[in-house]
Design a protein around this ligand. Structure first.
Ligand SMILES: [Zn+2]
Length: 453
């Protein structure tokens, strides 16, 4: 699977700016020139086909025959033998057309003394010698691939010929025998063409993005055709990662239920109910979050009473940092919880993870408010989905309505007596008279696929 990541870069030696600026001023022009070259060549070939009398008359004849043939196929309806013969003739006619096209192409190449693809490269090296050759090669290949795909739509008026503007991502390929990412004093440096070094700014998703780049360094991931973009004096690396999809041996009969809990962030159980465990502690999350929120509120009040000046700017910056921290903390925590859920599924060879469908969460009084306010469940769910997919595990969603109300052993209606405990009232059930961990009961029910009463 190929994933693309947009990473902001910081140029280390500012002297390189002039080279990058010039490059950025040239790349989009080079793109346009190659596109126009191809379009011109297409029109030129059309002209040969029309002006060369022999080729032109042959083409007209064949097209007529092809049309006749198509009519005959329509008329033959159920006569299979006849249709088959007609289709054979059709194939032959198409072949003759192809030969004629080749003749046209040969004539054009004779005139230009080279092929379109070669000419594109030749033109680039003569017109844009200052663009490094690896970039020229990539631009040429890029345009060629797009143009051959799009030419039929261009001819039929479904789309226009592409035009490229300044800021178009710059394609490149790096020498794979050289080090591309280098660890320097705890910072990851990206070494580009001409040994231009950039520091990678990982930003909000620091931990996950950084670990992805580290996996390229360790060889677990491969870097695919990536691009560099310079826009509004900012530089971005559009990094394409080739992430190997793990082929795990999964058992279709095993499913995992995930209860997004009140007592625990998540509780997981297999559909047999034998393997089950809690994941994380919601206390950690709450305590830290409350702490940050408290500090943030104090600071907000403080800012209201401070008017203007350096002090206010400083405080506003501190507030932004706190907000960031609040966001990131939940995110980091969600990464941890989602990873544990997927790990539990892998350990049990589960082919499916079942989660609660949270779109109806507002109606669920039991779990409603506090949970939604304090947890970004949707983020957690999407993380589980993303991580499970990488392992070939399917994620399904079920209505959470009943999962906490019925007994996971006998299927009868019971009661969530408190946040923590579930009670079964069925005298014949082995759960009768016991306090069952409510989250476990719900997770098991969910694992069984969302049971309705
Ligand atoms: Zn029961």
């Amino acid at each position: 699977m190929i994933l693309t990541r947009k990473l902001q870069l910081k140029i280390i030696d500012v002297k390189n700016w002039s080279f990058l600026n010039e490059l950025n001023n040239n790349v989009f022009k080079a793109y346009n020139d190659v596109v126009n070259t191809h379009y011109f060549s297409t029109l030129f070939k059309d002209r040969i086909a029309l002006t060369d009398e022999e080729i032109n008359s042959k083409t007209i004849k064949i097209n007529k025959k092809l049309n006749n043939n198509k009519e005959k196929i329509k008329e033959s309806k159920d006569d299979k033998e006849k249709i088959e013969t007609l289709k054979k003739t059709q194939q032959k006619l198409y072949n003759t057309l192809r030969i004629l096209n080749r003749e046209v192409r040969d004539k054009a190449e004779e005139f230009f003394t080279t092929s379109d693809k070669n000419f594109g490269y030749q033109m680039l090296s003569r017109k844009f010698p200052e663009i490094p050759s690896t970039i020229r090669t990539c631009i040429n290949a890029d345009v060629y691939a797009n143009f051959t795909k799009e030419i039929n739509d261009i001819r039929s008026g479904k789309r226009a010929v592409r035009t490229y503007r300044k800021g178009v991502p710059i394609p490149f390929q790096l020498d794979k025998s050289k080090e591309i990412f280098v660890n320097k004093n705890d910072k990851i440096v990206f070494r580009w063409i001409k040994d231009i070094d950039f520091e990678i700014i990982f930003g909000r998703d620091k931990s996950s993005r950084q670990s992805e780049v580290e996996k390229i360094i360790s060889g677990d991931y491969k870097m695919s055709d990536s691009k560099l973009q310079i826009k509004n004096r900012k530089i971005y690396l559009l990094l394409a990662l080739n992430q190997p999809e793990d082929k795990l041996q999964l058992d279709k009969n095993v499913t995992i239920g995930v209860d997004l809990g009140i007592v625990f962030p998540a509780y997981v159980s297999t559909n047999s109910g034998i393997q089950h465990q809690r994941i994380g502690s919601i206390d950690d999350l709450f305590k830290l979050r409350m702490q940050i929120q408290k500090r943030r509120r104090r600071l907000q009040r403080d800012i209201k009473s401070t008017h203007g000046g350096k002090g206010r700017t400083k405080k506003l910056k501190a507030l932004e940092r706190l907000r960031q921290k609040e966001r990131n903390y939940v995110r980091t925590y969600n990464h941890f919880v989602s990873k544990e859920i997927v790990t539990f599924a892998i350990q049990n060879k589960a082919a499916t993870i079942i989660m609660e469908d949270l779109s109806g969460f507002g109606k669920n009084k039991e779990k409603g408010d506090i949970v939604l306010r304090n947890w970004s469940y949707f983020e957690l769910q999407s993380m589980v989905e993303y991580k499970a997919k990488l392992k070939g595990i399917e994620v399904k969603k079920v209505d959470p309505k009943y999962s906490s109300q019925i007994c996971s052993v006998c299927g009868e209606k019971g009661k969530r007596e408190s946040q923590k405990d579930f009670l079964c009232f069925n005298k014949k059930c082995e759960n009768f008279g016991k306090k069952i961990l409510a989250d476990y009961n719900a997770a098991w029910n969910i694992a069984k696929g969302g049971i309705k009463i």
